[in-house]
Design a protein around this ligand. Sequence first.
Ligand SMILES: [Zn+2]
Ligand SMILES: [Zn+2]
Length: 171
Amino acid sequence: MADTKKILKCPACGKDMEKVFIPSQGINLDICTQGCGGIYFDNREFANFDEQDEDISAILEKIANKEFEKVDTTQDRICPNCGAKMVKNSTSIKKTIEVDDCYSCGGKFLDNEELIKIREEYENNEQRDADILKYVYSSVGKEMEEIDKNYAKSITNRNMAQKLFYRIMGL
Ligand SMILES: [Zn+2]
Ligand SMILES: [Zn+2]
């Protein structure tokens, strides 16, 4: 379990993050209100905020219409909770937004405005998953086509070999 009272250092800009209480969920989030506007989610917390009908007003109050420090989003981040190196992942197959995930403690860091962009990508996670499935099916489909083609080729080769065999044998 994460120490919920520990002040976290922002993994993007190094400033102290502010604990922001989210009444609708009864949890504290860590938001970089003094620096870059990034948000750190503990394990599973993020699932409460990524869909359009989930309430993020308490977060927006802290970050909307504010000027934040610009940070290099391509840089590797270190998890502020456990110290492990975070991994960049796309939030969907559209691959337009990359977030930093900690595989060690399950934490997730979003740069400023990424939460809003993620919520705009899909109305809900069913649509997000449906898009992934569609992609998987289409790439599996392509693979099957490729296997079929190779199979067809191997049959032709066999016919050729057979013809050659007959010719050599003078049949
Ligand atoms: Zn920051
Ligand atoms: Zn971590």
